[in-house]
Design a protein around this ligand. Sequence first.
Ligand code: ZN
Length: 152
Amino acid sequence: MHTTLRNTAAVLLTALLAGSALAATCDVEIEGNDAMQFNKQSIAVPASCKQFTVKLKHAGKLPKTAMGHNWVLTKAADAQAVATDGIAAGADKAYVKAGDARVIAHTKLIGGGEADSVGFDVAKLKAGEAYAWFCSFPGHSSLMKGTLTLAK
Ligand code: ZN
């Protein structure tokens, strides 16, 4: 009897520890560089997160006027049009069209050595929908892009 109780407690404790070890990570770090590259291609957002934060770092040295990077999230189907409208919006708007409802989240445009982060409500994401993210600096989105999905 005594041993059974102790074993039960041990099993419960193990389950608790395993639970905390498996807790969802609700942020991700992404680095851009002077070679017009991001160090990630895909992001899976755990459905158990309320908020998800993307921390963007520019690991290069070039100024944002020459090699600026941002992180813009849209539905995959909207990405091309949002990138085109962002370029039309110009440097003054940091290459994101003002009030663009297709943009789910975006960081500031940053240069070498700078960083910015953006958080968004995970409730905005739908399971099964394909999302895309990219740098909207002119000419960058063909190389600097990735996919995002809501994980189960
Ligand atoms: Zn860029």
